[in-house]
Design a protein around this ligand. Structure first.
Ligand SMILES: [Zn+2]
Length: 353
């Protein structure tokens, strides 16, 4: 296993995201608790912990709920600034952009169009909502009819050609203003490859947050249905981490850190708090937990069936991820939870003032 370089500092953009997080230290523990040595400090979940994913689509005037994932939004380019302002109004400071083009080609070239969805959206966001940090998905699956996370040759992933296209895609996104590239295809050597390309072209401050631990999971189902209009789940087990292989997950994290990855990603989040906790012990770099579309749906449906508050469930689950060691959470409920949280805070401050 490669030794992680945990002493290296993360890039400025990530430090500034971390500094925006509201860390609340409570000094109001109930006086009847017999635990004088217990620390009363805790990290309080806030909108600044969230990264809001959004599906960019072609067309005009679209700012609508997604078909497959409740609370997720599909947004056309002319509405992306409006959407971003809604998101920042509730305290969220980062967006994760996914491009969902109408036309796809097997060589992945749709992802390299200068006038593509993510480049155009990023340029607008940087101009009109500059306080937002822009994460962008880097993959070929939304841009090819096959829907796999690599280009296919003779029924197999062609790693060399995939790296070539992903590097070109990343440089295009960096030029358009993306702050954090988020490769999601589990392509071997991707972090090293992209870092070299970014540095060679002067994009030193563009960060790389590889989805290093992406466990093979049926929880990706609703996303695939949204992104590819597929009725069935694509089988990606040959390049994702087996759900029962902790050693491989830790090796992936080590390799990313060794190649100067800026953050660690664990996805799905439910059931993998142990991996988040172990990653926390390996590095001081930020850790991102991704609540996938299937996990999101699970919470939604359970809340509905049990007549529970979805916000309360989202709060508890997210707080648990922070307690395990995560710094950021990618979630489709980021905006709705943050809006609700802000309302409660405003109401309680009115009642107590
Ligand atoms: Zn992919």
């Amino acid at each position: 296993m490669l030794a992680p370089d945990s002493s290296r500092e993360v890039r400025t953009i990530i430090r500034s995201l971390l500094s925006r997080q509201a860390t609340s230290v409570s000094s109001s523990a109930p006086s009847n608790r017999i635990s004088p040595n217990r620390s009363s400090a805790f990290t309080k979940l806030s909108p600044a912990h969230f990264i809001q994913p959004v599906f960019l689509v072609e067309g005009k005037g679209i700012l609508a709920p997604s078909n497959a994932i409740p609370q997720a939004k599909s947004v056309s380019i002319d509405k992306v600034t409006e959407f971003a302002r809604e998101v920042t109004a509730c305290g969220i400071r980062a967006l994760l952009l996914f491009g969902i083009p109408r036309h796809r080609k097997s060589d992945g070239s749709t992802s390299l169009e200068v006038e593509g969805l993510i480049p155009r959206a990023t340029q607008l966001l940087k101009e009109h909502v500059p306080e937002l940090t822009i994460f962008a998905d880097v993959c070929v699956c939304q841009y090819t009819p096959e829907g796999h996370c690599g280009l296919i040759l003779d029924g197999k992933i062609d790693t060399e050609r995939t790296l070539h296209v992903l590097t070109k895609q990343s440089l295009l996104l960096a030029r358009s203003g993306v702050d954090v590239l988020m490769p999601s295809g589990m392509t071997p050597g991707i972090v090293k490859h992209l870092r070299q390309a970014l540095d060679a072209t002067g994009h030193y401050e563009v960060a790389i947050t590889n989805q290093s631990v992406k466990f093979a999971s049926s929880f990706f189902g609703p996303f695939q249905s949204e992104a590819f209009h597929l009725g069935e789940l694509k089988d990606k087990r040959s390049y994702q981490v087996p759900c029962n292989n902790t050693k491989e997950a830790l090796r992936e994290i080590s390799e990313d850190l060794y190649e100067y990855g800026d953050m660690v990603v664990v996805k799905p989040a439910f059931g993998y708090q142990d991996i988040i906790y172990r990653a926390r012990k390996m590095t001081t770099n930020p850790i991102v937990a991704v609540i996938t579309s299937g996990e999101h749906l699970l919470l939604e449906e359970t809340a509905k069936q049990m007549r529970l508050s979805p916000q309360a469930m989202q709060q508890r689950v997210s707080q648990g991820l922070l307690q395990a060691g995560a710094d950021f959470i990618v979630s489709y409920f980021a905006e709705s939870w943050s809006t609700q949280s802000r309302k409660v805070t405003e109401l309680s401050s009115r009642l107590t003032s």
